[in-house]
Design a protein around this ligand. Structure first.
Ligand code: SF4
Length: 707
């Protein structure tokens, strides 16, 4: 038997063909028909089947305990969900609906996101749902909203083959979005005029393959982008027609970028004037200008401004809505975009509606026939949830398919919050998720291939994922766990679903007439076409049959802002990350390595993937290492204001002097949390996106000496 499905790792959303032999053995290969990957798979995708073939660490049965000193006991689904419902009801009655929260994941399917969101916002009466996508995408979301009017990626992957200039800023697609990178490399190989600029304080594989690498000082992206903007204006590379007819804010922007000379900007960024000039010339002369970014811009205390400063370069040059042109935030997780579509964040409702908008709330309440009013105040965001657990404002948290003990900034504080929490439910696939140890109730979830549903990748492409395998033990699809729980809470009538298709069909109706309209999409359509790109509105009888999916947005220069014009923002260029000082003089940045994914709960089980880089390490510049008496391979202690990490040093000039790099994947090993990069990271967040500042923490590094 063969099945077409989608990779559940990154937001590239590659199509996979799974073959199931009669003896149950699985093989995977890239789907040649899939428009995103055209048959290619990266190392993680090629080994994805091993994550479901190895069941050794799977959670198989619901478990619970009445206090944390007791061992977990196997219980029935009814017992686990009835106890959870009883605890939730008690807290809600005593402390109000905001005393409970759901913390979900960009790896949840669209139907799962929709259901949890409906339950807490429309039936419990709190907006306390947030997702680990808050930690990776929320600055891009706000950047898009402020500049284009809505959280809308304007481009598609086919724009890669139309572009002749790629500006890759704060991203390492060679390792983190490998299939997109292969498309870029193939395009460049076939078209020698294609140029790639990489902006990254580290010399990554992406930087190595680029024509121009700007190894800027951490936190200076806005200074650089504004300087490029200034040069584009001075050299008359701007599109006056577009600015006049389709954009607001240019004069204030021009005033802002003229405040700093290019020489001054170069000095602040630590790159040459010539390099900035070359970047501006290449952008200005290009026919297709595609900018790609991820965490280097998003995970910052000024992440929204970083996003705006980059999007501005497209708006002043009119490079948007045309083939090969546009700003393209690369999604980290497979369904971060689907989660946003369904409103699975603390501040939004389905189909990009806002919780602060009374009309939007009324529309959704009426559709859901909600027994409560949807709260007008945004709920707690990811980091706020853990702060609220720590100070007992939040009494209960339900964590679904994410491992905050390792992934949250200031992980020691997150660990303390979970330890002190009154009630923690963890719904996950395997006990490799370190967070399981703090659960009062553990709910076993079905994994990839064991449930059906949909996901949306980074180019707005919706894919159907079929159920291929039965889940082991008593594990259930996440959506079923939620609808069963909602029924235990007394909401039977509104949560009586027979399958995921029912949920999807309900969600689709809520999108009618919005910019995320997918009323033309159904499981039947997706099974026939495999994937479609939103918006995908239903066609009327008069319109007849035919394609309605949308490759590119804003081709008519009509934006989603109230006046239909794009908004150019004058952004100040300061960075407000925690300061370095004589105790903590180095800047730490964290990130991913090629063959691991998030906190290794999936990739860590695959022997082949562990061979690439088997241990955590600290990259430090040889000058900084020599100053501290550190040898290559030596065990070092990385100290910060919130904790420490012990790893081996890797001396390399791939990082700038003054900068070190730690991978973010490792968690508690051998009962020690000293591999966990987030012991060191700051819980400062961007004030608008609430995304943490993972890329800039003040640290010191010393040789480790046994006490
Ligand atoms: Fe999976 Fe991303 Fe690799 Fe594609 S690029 S195979 S989606 S991990």
């Amino acid at each position: 038997m063969t099945h077409q499905t989608t990779c559940c790792y990154c937001g590239v959303g590659c199509g996979i063909v799974v073959k199931q032999e009669p003896n149950g053995r699985l093989t995977v290969e890239g789907d040649k028909q899939h428009p995103s990957n055209k048959g290619m798979l990266c190392s993680k995708g090629m080994n994805l089947h091993y994550t479901v073939m190895d069941q050794s660490d799977r959670l198989l049965y619901p478990q619970m305990r009445f206090n944390r000193n007791m061992p977990m006991q196997r219980v029935s689904w009814d017992t686990a969900l009835e106890r959870t419902a009883a605890v939730f009801k008690t807290f809600i009655k005593k402390y109000g609906p905001d005393s409970v929260a759901f913390y979900v994941s960009g790896q949840c399917l669209t139907e799962e996101y929709y259901l949890v969101n409906k339950l807490i916002k429309g039936f419990i009466g709190s907006n306390n749902i947030d997702t680990n996508s808050r930690l990776c995408m929320s600055s891009a979301v706000v950047g898009y909203k402020l500049s284009l009017g809505e959280d809308s990626v304007p481009v598609c992957y086919d724009d890669i083959e139309e572009a002749d200039l790629f500006l890759v800023e704060g991203a390492n697609p060679a390792w983190c979005h490998p299939i997109l990178w292969r498309r870029i490399e193939a395009h460049k190989a076939a078209n020698p005029n294609v140029k790639i600029i990489c902006v990254d304080p580290r010399r990554t594989d992406t930087a190595r393959s680029s024509d121009l690498h700007l190894p800027l000082r951490p936190g200076t992206d806005i200074v650089l982008n504004n300087a490029i903007g200034r040069l584009l204006i001075e050299k008359n590379y701007i599109d006056n027609e577009f600015i006049t007819n389709h954009a607001d804010g240019f004069l204030a922007y021009r005033e802002q970028v003229m405040l700093r000379s290019v020489e001054e900007a170069a000095e602040i960024c630590g790159v040459s004037v010539e390099a900035i000039q070359t970047a501006a010339d290449w952008i200005g002369r290009s026919k297709g200008f595609l900018s790609l970014w991820t965490m280097g811009l998003n995970q910052s205390v000024v992440g929204v401004n970083k996003n705006l400063s980059l999007i501005n370069l497209h708006l002043i040059t009119g490079r948007i809505g045309k083939p090969g042109n546009g700003p393209f935030s690369l999604t980290g997780q497979p369904n971060a975009m689907g989660g946003r579509e369904t409103g699975g964040l603390a501040n939004i409702l389905p189909a990009h509606r806002e919780v602060t908008n009374a009309v939007h709330r009324a529309e959704v309440e009426a559709f859901w026939n909600s027994p409560v009013k949807i709260a007008a105040k945004p709920g707690l965001t990811a980091t706020e949830m853990f702060d609220a657990l720590a100070n007992d404002q939040l009494k209960a948290i339900w964590i679904i398919n994410t491992n905050p003990l390792v992934s949250m900034p200031d992980a020691n504080a997150a660990e303390k919050a979970l330890k002190n929490a009154r009630f923690v439910v963890v719904q996950d696939v395997s006990n490799r998720a370190d967070t399981v140890q703090f659960a009062d109730v553990v709910l076993p979830a079905a994994a990839w291939l064991e449930k059906e549903g949909t996901m949306t990748n980074a180019e707005r492409r919706i894919a159907y994922l079929p159920k291929v395998l039965d889940a082991p033990g008593e594990a259930l699809p996440d959506a079923e766990i939620i609808w069963r729980f909602a029924q235990k809470m007394g909401f039977e009538a509104s949560f009586s679903y027979a399958n995921s298709s029912d949920i999807y069909d309900e969600y689709v109706q809520l999108t009618a007439g919005t910019n995320v309209d997918v009323t033309g999409v159904s499981y039947d359509l997706l099974k026939e076409k495999q994937t479609v790109q939103w918006p995908y509105p239903a066609r009327s009888k008069e319109q007849g049959t035919g394609e309605t999916d949308t490759k590119r947005l804003f081709t008519d220069n009509q934006f989603y802002t109230p006046n239909g014009r794009a908004q150019i923002h004058a952004v100040p260029d300061e960075n407000t990350s925690e300061p370095t000082d004589s105790d903590f003089p180095l800047v730490l940045t964290t990130g991913r390595i090629r063959d691991q994914w998030h906190t290794m709960t999936k990739t860590g089980r695959v022997a082949k993937l562990n061979q690439h880089i088997p241990q955590p390490f600290l990259q430090i510049h040889p000058d900084d290492a020599n100053e501290r008496g550190i040898q290559d391979g030596q065990l070092v202690e990385v100290r910060g204001r919130r904790g420490e990490v012990r790893v081996k040093a890797q001396l390399t000039d791939d990082v700038r002097p003054g900068l070190c790099f730690l991978p973010m994947h490792w968690g508690k090993l051998l009962n020690s949390n000293l591999n966990r990069a987030n012991n060191l990271t700051s819980s400062l967040v961007d004030p608008r996106s609430k995304e943490p500042d993972f890329k800039f923490s003040a640290v010191e590094v010393v040789p480790y000496r046994k006490p």
